[in-house]
Design a protein. Structure first.
Length: 556
């Protein structure tokens, strides 16, 4: 065994030391304690590679070449180090540092300029918002508050953007339309005018002031639907802008369209125009228009809320007054009539109902029982109710029949030219307590039921006719009855018969007749209470949509 057989050990040691050198160079660089040259990495790598290659091939000539190459690389590196100029190298480093510093300073300058520009824009937004909100509060107590506020915003937009014309369109949630609510200046219509509209400035302007646009197939609707602003510098090249004619006042210039955005969605659109002979709108003009429009949307919200509150308060106050008046109209105490028992109830579906009942003791031989149902709700129905009640109270004291009294009242109501509906269903019972004779007349759909004690039979005796206030020439019919002890007359409004249960099934006349017949032996007051309880049980949790009133007359 010769000594070459042991050469593998130092070769592996050499490779290991080389690897350790590379690792130590990397650690020094990572810890920033020194900056080993790439030449050192290269030399160590060549040495490791050569030692391993020689170990596996046992060709020691390769190791000699590897050592020679490594020495040459290190020799060249030493020559460069020996004859290099340290000052020049330091100058290059300094120049590089200065260049990096200048770049950082330029970036900081740009950032500061952008920051100042954004700050200025923010201040503009805040100033416009504060001014508009303060201005909106001044319109709270004026007539046509929203219209005046929009006109103010229109003027402000025109001034800020230096526009020749401006229109503000607001959305109608029910009809999905945009309607022009404010118009200022000269605004060439960017939509197709009707073919039959004369091309005259006044006619075109009038058309625009009252124009409505769907949310598609026109520039305004598309802006509202998309919710994005649009700057049109060349209206000829914009396909959504329609050129209506050669007249100068119809020539389209540049336009700005900005949606009025709120949390619930787009509330409307602002559109500004500039004469084609003047400089076109710029991106800065668009930005200004967006700032003012956003401020308009912000200020509009509290104004809307206040107007809704004021309207609700006004309606509530009116409803409270009407409710009080109506309660005063209903007899607080039922009159005591010898030989007659009376029971009644009324239940409004809303604060002010259209139902009423009245008992007028004219003389010994005539007591008039009235049950009425006026069309509509609220103050309108109360007004008609007061009129009908007053007319009937005046004429029931005459010797005229029940049908004639209704005929006279009908003519009086029909002669009124009010714009509100003035229809009513009325059941009138004139009763003679001396002879126990009753005369019944009805108009409309109020129900009158007769229970005959002798035969224990029950039936509806009222007839369906035109309501009061529909046709002036209509003639109502008398129903004459001879009543006996124990007989019962019940008059009610259609709200009783048409009350619905949870399944949408009506209460019906048959069910009402059954309750009356089952409790005919009780007093009139108890019968009305039985009907009321049965009706309440039948309705259950279902919402009541109509007023219910009932009057029971029992001959004792």
């Amino acid at each position: 065994m010769n000594i070459d057989s042991f050469a593998g050990v130092p070769l592996l040691v050499t490779a290991s030391v080389g690897v350790l050198l590379i690792i130590s160079f990397m650690i020094a660089k990572l810890r920033n304690t020194a900056k080993p040259s790439f030449v050192l990495y290269l030399s160590a790598g060549i040495l490791v590679t050569g030692a391993l290659y020689t170990y596996f091939n046992r060709q020691f000539i390769y190791l000699v070449f590897i050592i020679l190459i490594t020495e040459c690389i290190l020799f060249l590196y030493s020559i460069i180090i020996a004859f290099s100029n340290p000052q020049k190298k330091e100058d290059k480093k300094q120049a590089k540092r200065l260049a990096e510093l200048r770049m950082n300073m330029d970036a900081n300058t740009v950032s500061n300029e952008a920051l100042q520009a954004e700050k200025a824009r923010f201040n503009r937004i805040m100033d416009v918002n504060k001014d508009l909100i303060a201005k909106a509060s001044s319109f709270f107590t004026t007539e046509n508050s929203m219209e005046q506020f929009l006109d103010y915003c229109n003027k402000l937009l025109s001034e800020k953007v230096e526009a020749d014309g401006c229109i503000i369109l607001m959305a109608d949630d029910f009809d999905n339309l945009l309607a022009v609510r404010s118009f200022k200046g000269t605004f060439p219509p960017p939509y197709k005018l009707p073919d039959d509209l004369p091309h005259k400035p006044l006619r075109v302007e009038t058309n625009m002031r009252f124009a409505q646009f769907p949310l598609q197939d026109n520039i305004f609707g598309e802006i509202a639907s998309a919710g994005e602003s649009l700057l049109v510098t060349d209206s000829v090249k914009e396909p959504r802008i329609y050129q209506n004619g050669p007249e100068d006042f119809l020539k389209c210039g540049s336009y700005i369209f900005v949606p009025i955005k709120q949390q619930e969605g787009v509330a409307g659109v602002v559109a500004l125009s500039r004469d084609p002979e003047k400089p076109k709108f710029t991106q800065k003009d668009l930005e200004t228009a967006e700032i003012v429009t956003d401020a308009t949307a912000t200020a509009m919200k509290p104004l809307y809320s206040f107007l809704n509150f004021a309207e609700h308060k006004k309606l509530t106050q009116g409803g409270d007054i009407a409710t009080k008046i109506q309660k005063d109209l209903i007899p607080s105490k039922l009159p005591v009539i010898p030989g007659v028992g009376i029971g009644c109830f009324t239940s409004p579906a809303e604060n002010v109902c259209g139902d009423f009942y009245d008992i007028v003791v004219s003389r010994k031989d005539r007591i008039s029982f009235i049950v009425g149902d006026v069309a509509g709700k609220g103050m309108n129905s109360l007004t008609i109710m007061l009129m009908i009640r007053s007319i009937l109270r005046l004429i029931v004291n005459t010797p005229q029949s029940a049908a004639t009294i209704l005929n006279w009242a009908n003519r009086g109501i029909c002669n009124e030219t009010m714009k509100i509906d003035h229809f009513a269903s009325v059941a009138l019972v004139n009763y003679n307590s001396l002879t126990k004779q009753a005369q019944v007349a009805t108009c409309g759909n109020n129900t009158v039921i007769l229970y005959t004690a002798a035969s224990r039979s029950i039936k509806t005796i009222s007839m369906m006719t035109e309501p009061m206030g529909v046709e002036k020439e209509i003639e109502y019919t008398d129903i004459d009855l001879q009543l006996e002890s124990g007989d019962i007359l019940v008059a009610c409004t259609d709200g009783v018969i048409e009350s619905l249960d949870d399944n949408g099934v009506q209460y019906s006349s048959a069910k009402l007749e059954k309750v009356i017949a089952s409790h005919a032996h009780e007093s009139a007051k108890n019968i009305s209470n039985r009907v009321k309880d049965d009706l309440k049980k039948y309705i259950g949790s279902n919402q009541q949509f109509d007023d219910t009133s009932l009057l029971v007359i029992k001959v004792e």
